[in-house]
Design a binder for this molecule. Structure first.
Ligand SMILES: *Cc1c(COP(=O)(O)O)cnc(C)c1O
Length: 400
């Protein structure tokens, strides 16, 4: 059992069982297609190593990262059977690192293809790769013009063993968007250039667009981490991240007293203000100023005033005095206040709430059944500890 340190100003709880359950739900949706996992950006801020180990134990063998550096970092923690796929492809001149660290590049342009081919020639063997084609993002992958060139000169791919052709959906969370069907048609067309390669199109939301979008390999990220995959529909995923911040102090202020930078909020009555040790330097977005909400022992407390670098301030006038002691933990992300709800208030998406999660949080992994050795060093030396009680996760628990 991992403990919460008394000196931690804020604690990020990451429920690995929920990650595993989410993976199973997505895999169940996929039928015969294989379910990989996007673990880029440190698994959306939740810890790529621990998340990948949990998913590996669940049977996941395809791990998608953005940068080569992310792939290299992950390689030392995953067994050979795990394929690490680098979506940006190789940085110029770093192709050999892919062999040294057993990563697979996504080839996004003719120049990336040529560089990979040069390495294959040097090695005198075919080298595996995934080829990305652009079907509507205009961001990465071979353009129509580049594909036409490939069609004319198939030898451009000599020495490259293309395992999959992939593309990425621009509007998948919006099921009614005609762009989805257009990209699907385009993907089917472009795939014909690679008759022996498997297909990969779906991200989290793409999985929910139905079997036509599944092809051979899916690449979900956000849904694994609890973000709702379909706009306007109940979220079938389990919440993974729970954030708690500590009360540093509370104070009573008279009516018509301003709180925080810019004096943007004023009390209208005698009010009690609690200061909590989480701020925008922890990824608690400043756009949540005067509009977020926290829960203290289940009681709602609105965030008032601007988010500071290291603190937020709550109006706790309605909260029981007994729950307002210094050191008390306040729920900032919970089952009743989800990343999607917070994102909506902040004018962003759940993805950004997760990937912004700060480096100052103590990270507490719940239901870790995979990496027993990991915990040995971590709990040592802690004396003043408390454990995370599920009650703090919100009275409704995780909704399905
Ligand atoms: C990030 C990413 C994914 C995962 O997307 P989610 O929406 O988080 O499921 C899949 N494919 C590509 C190319 C990506 O960049």
């Amino acid at each position: 059992m991992q403990h919460i340190e008394a000196r931690a100003g804020a604690v990020l709880h990451i429920d690995l069982q929920a990650v595993r359950d989410n993976y199973r739900l997505l895999r169940g949706r996929l039928g015969t297609a294989v379910c990989g996992a996007a673990v880029k950006a440190d698994a959306y801020g939740l810890g790529a190593e621990r998340i990948a180990l949990a998913l590996y134990a669940e049977g996941c063998r395809h791990f998608f990262v953005a940068h080569l550096e992310e792939g290299i970092a992950l390689r030392s923690h995953l067994q050979q059977a795990a394929q690490i796929i680098v979506m940006h492809g190789s940085p110029v001149g770093c192709e050999a690192d892919f062999l040294a660290y057993q990563c697979t590049p996504v080839l996004n342009s003719l120049s990336q293809i040529r560089a990979w081919q040069r390495l294959a020639q040097q090695e005198q063997r075919a080298l595996p790769a995934i080829v990305q084609v652009d079907t509507g993002m205009a961001r990465m992958g071979l353009s129509a013009a580049e594909l036409a060139q490939l069609k004319q000169v198939p030898s451009l791919l000599d020495g490259i063993a293309v395992s999959h052709v992939m593309s990425h959906l621009a509007c998948a969370e919006d099921q009614a968007n005609p762009m989805n069907r257009r990209q699907l048609d385009q993907f089917r067309l472009l795939r014909q250039l690679f008759p022996d390669a498997k297909g990969s199109l779906a991200n989290s939301s793409g999985i929910f667009l139905g079997p036509d979008f599944h092809f051979d390999l899916a690449r979900p990220g956000a849904a694994l981490y609890g973000v709702a995959p379909v706009a306007g529909q109940a979220n079938p995923m389990k919440a993974v991240a729970y954030l708690q911040g500590r009360i540093i102090q509370t104070r009573e202020i008279p009516p018509n007293t301003s709180v925080g930078y810019g004096a943007t909020w004023r009390s209208t009555r005698v009010s009690r203000i609690a200061t909590v040790a989480v701020g925008y330097a922890d990824g608690w977005l400043r756009s949540l100023s005067n509009c977020g909400i926290a829960h203290i022992a289940g009681q709602a407390a609105p965030m008032v005033g601007k988010v500071s670098m290291d603190t937020i301030t709550l109006d706790v006038t309605g909260v029981a005095e007994a729950d307002l002691y210094p050191g008390a933990l306040v729920d900032l992300i919970s089952a009743t206040n989800t990343v999607d709800q917070i994102a909506e208030k902040a004018g962003t998406i759940g993805y950004e709430i997760l990937t912004s999660l700060g480096a100052r949080y103590q990270r507490h992994y719940m239901n870790d059944t995979d990496a027993a050795g990991f915990r040995a060093g971590q709990a040592a030396g802690n004396t003043n500890q408390e454990e995370f009680t599920p009650a703090l996760m919100g009275s409704q628990g995780v909704s399905v």
